[in-house]
Design a protein around this ligand. Sequence first.
Ligand SMILES: [Zn+2]
Length: 399
Amino acid sequence: MPDVDGPGEDEWDALADEAGGLGAGADPAGDGGSSVDPGAGMTHAWIFTGPPGSGRSVAARAFAAALQCVHGTGCGTCPGCHTTMTGTHADVRLVAPEGLSIGVNEMRALVLRAASTPSGGRWQVVVIEDADRLTEAAGNALLKAVEEPPPRTVFLLCAPSTHPDDISVTIRSRCRVVPLRQPPAAAVAEELVRRDGVAPDMAQWAAAAAQGHVGRARRLARDPEARGRRESVLAVPRRLTGVGAAFDAASTLIEAAEAEAEASVAESDAPERAALETAPGAGGTGRGAAGAIRGAAGQLKDLEKRQKSRATRAQRDALDRALVDLAGFYRDALTMALRAPVAPVHTDTAALAAAGAEKWDAEGSLRRLEAVLACRAAIEANVKPRIAVEAMMLSLWKG
Ligand SMILES: [Zn+2]
């Protein structure tokens, strides 16, 4: 990976020092019984920050792999590295919130398990993706663990930034920060060609359209449905010809996000439910089975709650992607109106954006861009998505 993708060079050096020097060197026997405290000098809590798509959770996972590497180098091929990267290492726990937030019960259970001695590896590593989605109570539970970390436990948090909205000041003060930069489109395109075998033309287009988000660029390059959804979002500005059309456009956008979310969660929902329903005791009779059935029913309810919360999140994520695409369009109109020497985000709708720039001028383009950003902020602040999107469409139409 080119270094624009990851932490700055100094940070990689620091990571390598901690992973190699302390992970492997301090306890060469790997038995945990040496008289030197293996955790002495290790930083037990880290925060990887960067915008979505900058690869913060990948970087955190790579660091976790380096800590578990049998060679102490993060070679990428040994069992320690391999099982960490595939999510099956016994001493590495990956936490990705399925709902809109990570709750206190989940966090308490995690902290408890993280305090145990590593079973095979050198460290118990906990990777918390989207640490900005911790509830306040969960944050407090984590803070206690970070303040007095068990000697062999390392917490790796991922968040968009270290702003107090994303991560509490007290947790931040206990962590070492590894800031990641968003890679430029050219670097993303190169990666798509090299690693995914995407044709150069397609790679360049997808990298620009994804605005620096590596995962989104890959999806656009490889999934025709993702390209279709993007096209229908970018058709919105053209369709806004009146109040009725604005409401229609809002419905279309919301329904497209719902459909996309449904498709993405349906894949995991059904097998999860089937696994629970066929769990031991679920279909039995008799005294013992009655208790088991009650237990299974409770579990099923829990699962349904989790799945619903995951569906809500998938829907918000899908809608947010659409809004980012739309914001890119008005940003193009704005830069064209200002005759700024920058490449358009959406090359395929550049002509349309130029026509918009002509009609709206810089001021009108900016107002429309702001309407899209305000819609994102409103949804983030828990305004009902349909209401926020309808308000946005009306602003986009009226200018
Ligand atoms: Zn290794």
